[in-house]
Write a protein of this length. Structure first.
Length: 425
């Protein structure tokens, strides 16, 4: 499941821990990092482990950042981007007082690197993690990781034998203290359960006059798992909500052309199966969704469909993922006179290729039963990798065909190119 904040945004886990520590007075929570091996080969996978200790005297609850970014720096001072993806406890940490927990992120050593590299993580103060690539490292090297909440110093292993890969880690590990855990506040419960769903964006175009298209989307987890690293069947039920609007910017009153309200109830899990080398994985999203435009009389549009969406993922060595996500739909409790399948079809063919902290390309194709079709292509680039150094993504979208709005589902839209900003691409 995705992180409750957009990827790359600043409310990172270490910052949340820092805020908790400021409220806790002299007590503190410490988050320290270490590379599980002091030596690796160019282009190989490397594990980054985080140890969180809660000495605040009170329970600690916070989302866990799903992605860590930073820079590898070689002996010549050349910087290379670093990206680590969480592989344990993907949703949140609920840590009782005087306990600790471990987390692990997986990343890739730069393919062309050689010699001693240092890793600096974004948002973490005074990070210096050492890695020897393709050679013998200096034994006894000390690496430190200091968060906004405190500092921990970790001596690196004195031998260059790689550490074994981490097994799936429990969400918490309790020490001798058995302090009672106070219940979460309603706000904390809500914050831990909500996360992005479909893309969130705002774009403008200029076909037949200036116009804008924007979308907001989120999902709410109905049950909080006792062990986030190993959620049960009931822990994967969600309520979703997506709202998409087309806005006329050139008319005098600047009216909305149409708005689609799209609540849903579904079961979803990112990884049902994963190959031994984690190159292939299979996920699933299936449920019931409703779409309507909130209008009445002749302008009223409403439909419901049951859907199943398998998600096939392939991980490339270069640090990117290709995802194929066809959505198969069956219309229920829908006015047959409207003939939605004629324009919207029974299958949404979706393909997505995403670099780690880089370019994201996606495509959607629908084929209606009456020969009508629609094509949507999008591209996103992180703004923090531009001169603006902003959160979010530069977003571009091309659309042509039927179904751009629910009101005009049976009307063909000409080629339209829009550009804007996406909070979640």
């Amino acid at each position: 499941m995705r992180h409750p904040w957009p990827t790359g945004s600043h409310p990172a886990f270490s910052f949340a821990i820092g805020c908790l520590c400021l409220m806790a007075g002299s007590a503190h929570a410490g988050l320290s990092y270490r590379l599980t091996s002091p030596q690796a080969s160019p282009g190989s996978t490397i594990e980054l482990e985080g140890l969180l200790t809660n000495d605040t005297g009170a329970a600690l609850s916070s989302p866990v950042t799903q992605e860590l970014t930073g820079q590898w720096v070689d002996a010549q001072g050349r910087a290379m981007p670093a990206h680590f993806q969480l592989r344990t406890s993907p949703d949140a940490i609920d840590l009782p007082a005087n306990t600790f927990t471990r987390m692990a992120w997986s990343g890739q050593v730069p393919p062309g690197a050689h010699g001693l590299l240092t890793l600096r993580l974004d948002g973490v103060v005074n990070t210096l993690l050492a890695l020897q690539v393709g050679g013998t490292g200096s034994p006894g090297t000390t690496v430190t990781a200091q968060t906004e909440s405190g500092m921990a110093t970790t001596p690196a292993p004195t031998a260059v034998t790689p550490a074994p890969a981490l097994a799936p880690l429990p969400a918490t590990a309790t020490n001798a203290s058995e302090a009672s855990e106070p219940p979460l506040s309603p706000f904390d419960t809500f914050r831990n359960a909500i996360s992005p769903y479909e893309p969130i964006y705002f774009m403008v175009g200029n076909r037949d006059g200036a116009n804008a298209r924007f979308q907001v989307s989120f999902k709410y987890r109905l049950f909080s798992p006792d062990d986030p690293a190993h959620p049960g069947f009931m822990d994967n039920w969600y309520l979703g909500y997506t709202q998409t609007a087309l806005w006329d910017l050139h008319s005098d009153s600047i009216p909305f052309v149409d708005t689609t309200y799209n609540p849903s109830f579904f079961w979803a899990r990112d990884t049902l199966w994963e190959s031994t080398g984690k190159r292939w994985s299979l996920g699933l999203n299936t449920g019931l969704e409703h779409k309507s435009n909130g209008k009445d009389d002749e302008d009223s549009r409403s439909l419901n469909d049951l859907y199943i969406q398998p998600e096939f993922n392939y991980r490339f060595d270069g640090g990117s993922t290709l995802s194929f996500q066809p959505r198969f739909k069956y219309y229920v409790w829908t006015d047959r006179d409207m003939d939605y399948p004629g324009s919207l079809g029974y299958v949404d063919w979706k393909l997505r290729w995403a670099q780690d902290d880089g370019l994201i390309l996606s495509g959607l194709y629908r084929q209606g039963t009456e020969g009508r079709n629609a094509t949507e292509l999008t591209a996103a680039w992180p703004l923090k990798r531009t001169f603006l150094h902003m959160n979010g993504h530069l977003y571009m979208q091309y659309f042509r065909g039927y179904g751009e709005t629910l009101l005009g589902y049976d009307q063909k839209s000409g080629s339209q190119l829009r550009i804007g900003i996406a909070l979640v691409p």
